[in-house]
Design a binder for this molecule. Structure first.
Ligand code: BG6
Ligand code: MG
Length: 217
């Protein structure tokens, strides 16, 4: 089937912000008196800020009032924002622009489909906003990945049928969301982690024009 719309996740696909999310969550965990490992951080990928804090408190076995919970959400985000403050184009993952430029050359509409409420300012910082016809972020969706809402909304706004869409994702929950949306899922990361994806590449340097041409027909 010819693919006429391409959707990109942001964190871990376009930019390597997963490390900054990790550092901010680790700081909070340490303040609360427990460790938070890189391994545990895997389950935070693709997951909303609120759900991440719920998981973190489960890990630390900590109960909190609604008010305290909200304060920690704000604190984590403030720490995250200060970590990404100086972000620039140098933090775009390898060969992302190559793929975006290829698709633009063939007039294929592109969308961003991210769980992050910080997606727009990050795209601005790295100067990639102009590539995207549509941006769907954490401020617009009510159901988190693996629910397909974010990708279905992106397809609808691009005016492309879901089965004609391709999704690039680095998170297990994101691959599931793409599959649930009836889209072609492409994992960016490790095959053993993203086993449900239709194709998996370590990063965009492994994706060549031949492969993209095959997708767009
Ligand atoms: C996703 C990240 O893209 O966005 C998650 O993979 C993160 O780790 C989520 O929790 C929400 O991000 P934000 O910027 O709204 O806290
Ligand atoms: Mg991601």
């Amino acid at each position: 089937m010819k693919k006429t719309g391409f959707i990109f996740d942001l964190d871990g696909v376009i930019v390597d912000t997963a490390k900054y999310h990790y550092l901010a969550w680790r700081k909070l965990a340490n303040e609360l008196g427990f460790e938070f490992t890189q391994g545990q951080n895997e389950q935070f990928k693709g997951v909303s800020r609120k759900r991440c804090l719920e998981i973190l408190l489960e890990i630390g076995n900590i109960k909190a009032s609604q008010e305290q919970f909200n304060r920690w959400l704000i604190e984590k985000n403030e720490d995250y924002l200060s970590l990404i403050e100086k972000m620039d184009e140098s933090e775009i993952l390898p060969d992302v622009q190559k793929v975006l430029q290829f698709l633009r050359k063939y007039h294929i509409p592109m969308a961003l489909g991210s769980a992050s409420k910080n997606a727009r300012p990050i795209l601005e910082k790295v100067n990639l906003t102009d590539y995207f016809k549509v941006i769907v972020d954490g401020t617009q969706v009510t159901k988190a990945k693996p629910d397909p809402e974010v990708f279905l909304l992106a397809a609808e706004q691009m005016g492309v049928r879901p089965k004609e869409c391709v999704v690039f994702e680095d998170a297990v929950a994101g691959i599931e969301a793409a599959n649930n949306a009836g889209m072609l899922s492409i994992g960016i990361g490790e095959k053993k982690v993203l086993s449900e994806a239709k194709f998996v590449f370590a990063n965009f340097t492994e994706i060549d024009d031949k492969f993209l041409k095959r997708l767009i027909g």
